[in-house]
Design a protein around this ligand. Structure first.
Ligand SMILES: [Zn+2]
Length: 233
């Protein structure tokens, strides 16, 4: 067996650990992103509802204004029927005319505002549909992510045990070299191809280095990048 095989075995486990660690780091970020997106969807719904509510309130205000003018008109008409003089009668008639104008104007404004209803109601409906459609989707998505986080954690625990076992099989000096290099270079152990090119840095190594690799020496470092070289396991 090529003595570097123990390093390759360890590196395989480390490769899986690296992938899972990257995933573990990425999962909460994806969850946060989705939650933020849902918050945006809900905010859009609130805005649409508020806009509709504001217009409905203004319509009510105009209607109240018209109703109060009409009430005053009724009172004035009663007053007018018992007017003491023609002058008083005329004065009341003028006041009534003014109030009628006021009431008409308020009603016209209320109707004009009502024209906004269909558009605003449609916006609320659309935002509601989007929010309710998203809510379930995001809940499911978050649950999926939580499940995966737990899975990744369990896998990493298991791999830590496996890694310790594989590391025990590597020559201590080689292991030390590997451990130091793996934080800077990945993968640490790479093939030296038929053209004497290191598959890690893609540079050619000198013939003396290639010869050491050919002789299956356990720790042959690439003269450029320091990676451990091997050929024909
Ligand atoms: Zn190299």
């Amino acid at each position: 067996m090529n003595p570097i095989q123990t390093v390759i075995d360890l590196q395989d486990v480390d490769g899986r650990i690296r992938e899972l660690e990257r995933e573990a780091k990425d999962l909460p970020r994806r969850k946060a992103q989705e939650s933020a997106r849902l918050m945006g969807v809900n905010a859009s719904l609130d805005i649409a509802k508020n806009q509709l509510g504001a217009v409905q309130q203004r319509v009510k205000d105009f209607e109240a204004e018209a109703a109060s003018a009409k009430e005053r008109i009724r009172d004035l008409k009663i007053q007018q029927s018992s007017a003491a003089s023609n002058k008083e009668y005329q004065q009341i008639a003028m006041a009534i005319e003014g109030l009628e104008h006021e009431a008409d104007e308020a009603e016209a404004r209320a109707y004009a505002m009502m024209d906004e209803y269909p558009r605003l109601e449609r916006a609320v409906k659309e935002a509601e549909e989007k929010a309710s459609g998203e809510a379930g989707g995001v809940d499911d998505f978050c649950k999926e992510i939580d499940d995966r986080i737990a899975e990744v954690k369990a896998e990493l625990d298991q791999l830590a045990v496996e890694r310790a076992e594989k590391a025990k099989l590597v020559n201590p000096r080689t292991l030390l070299y590997y451990e130091r290099l793996r934080t800077k270079r990945w993968p640490v152990a790479v093939m030296l191809n038929a053209d004497s090119v290191c598959e890690g840095c893609h540079l050619k190594v000198p013939p003396s280095t290639e010869q050491m690799v050919e002789h299956k020496m356990e720790l042959v470092a690439c003269t450029n990048c320091g990676r451990m070289l091997y050929r024909d396991l």
